[in-house]
Design a protein around this ligand. Structure first.
Ligand SMILES: Nc1ncnc2c1ncn2[C@@H]1O[C@H](COP(=O)(O)OP(=O)(O)OP(=O)(O)O)[C@@H](O)[C@H]1O
Ligand SMILES: O=P(O)(O)OC[C@H]1O[C@H](OP(=O)(O)OP(=O)(O)O)[C@H](O)[C@@H]1O
Ligand SMILES: [Mg+2]
Length: 300
């Protein structure tokens, strides 16, 4: 393989995980020149190549050591791990970070009109899914004798088409199920996107050093996304009450305001949400100029 000294990262080419994965790589300082039709994108400022593929291929590419890192949904990762294990192929990987996107659940859903009284109602039935290994594992754990019917797409039409009695598919808002006259019953797996690394110990020292340098940046981006910088003017007389209202503000910065003896400025970084209700309470205490601002990057 050419340029094997460059770190190879697999991302979904086009789908639910693509934009967020690329955005994360850019946020940690990797400049990318992505051309829509091309499978490989080279970073212009780091020894990194991006492989843009179907998400189904990503676990295998990492487990076979074809790429060093990959962004993948835990649902797909776990399914492929079970499939490869059953086939006697390498199925090892290391999770570097659980990420803050791609959140969904793999659930069993049944037609509205079906009498469903718990998972035992599926005894002897057929369930359509793209995740047969995860589903069969669940049936086994529950002691149910049901059959997983593999479908690559349009799983939600399977009951109407007479292909299966129920389905097991990814759910986020539930809109797809509702539109197809299905009701969610049992959550069998909760998933988020993860960043994984090959676990065969074959990364060169240079690549290992690069990964170790990038990970604190990933943490910085994740932390920044869940943090806010809050600034406000508060009456000195109510300082303690104001502090107790601010979420996660154990050590706020308190600054004097030029030409204003009555008030001080308070600055604080918070990982909790500042709700409108709290802002209204702060206002009622005499606070003013209350600003809640996003943070771009953080490093401890
Ligand atoms: N509704 C959803 N909300 C949030 N995340 C989701 C949702 N649906 C799927 N995902 C996550 O995104 C991953 C990719 O979903 P997507 O629908 O883009 O896959 P795909 O159709 O298999 O794409 P590909 O063409 O790459 O095979 C899923 O495996 C899951 O982890
Ligand atoms: O609960 P909801 O918010 O409706 O989301 C669930 C749907 O999202 C995913 O499909 P996606 O929209 O990514 O399209 P795809 O089926 O073409 O992959 C998944 O396969 C479900 O069909
Ligand atoms: Mg796929």
């Amino acid at each position: 393989m050419s340029n094997s000294n460059r770190l190879r990262i697999a991302v979904q080419k086009s789908g639910r995980l693509s934009d967020d994965s690329i955005a994360l790589l850019k946020a940690i300082g990797i400049k990318l020149n992505i051309r829509d039709r091309l499978l490989i994108a080279h970073s212009t400022n780091q020894p990194i190549d991006l492989l843009r593929v179907r998400d189904d291929d990503i676990p295998g590419l990492v487990m076979d050591g074809v790429v060093d890192l990959g962004f993948i949904g835990e649902n797909e990762l776990e399914e492929k791990m079970l499939e490869r294990k059953a086939a006697g192929k390498p199925f090892e990987y290391e999770v570097l970070r659980r990420l803050d996107y791609g959140g969904c659940r793999l659930s069993i859903a049944v037609p509205n009109e079906m009498d469903y009284d718990g998972i035992q109602s599926l005894e002897g039935k057929k369930v359509a899914t793209t995740y047969p290994y995860l589903l069969e594992r669940y049936f086994k754990e529950q002691g149910i004798n049901a059959k997983a019917v593999m479908l690559q797409g349009s799983v939600e039409v399977a009951p109407r088409a007479g292909v299966a009695d129920a389905i097991c598919d990814l759910v986020s808002t539930g809109a797809t199920l509702e539109a197809n006259g299905l009701v969610e019953k049992d959550v069998i797996f909760r998933s988020k996107a993860v960043l994984i690394k090959r676990a065969d110990g074959e990364l060169s020292d240079e690549k290992e050093t690069l990964v170790n340098r990038l990970m604190p940046r990933v943490d910085g981006v994740l932390l920044a996304k869940e943090s806010k910088y809050i600034m406000l003017h508060a009456p000195k007389a109510y300082l303690e009450q104001v502090k107790s209202l601010l979420p996660g503000a154990e050590n706020p910065t308190v600054l004097p305001l030029a030409g204003n003896e009555e008030q001080v400025a308070i600055h604080v970084v918070s990982t909790e949400t500042l709700f409108w209700e709290t802002m209204e309470k702060l206002k009622a205490l005499g606070c003013s100029s209350i600003l809640v601002m996003p943070i771009e990057k953080m490093m401890g």
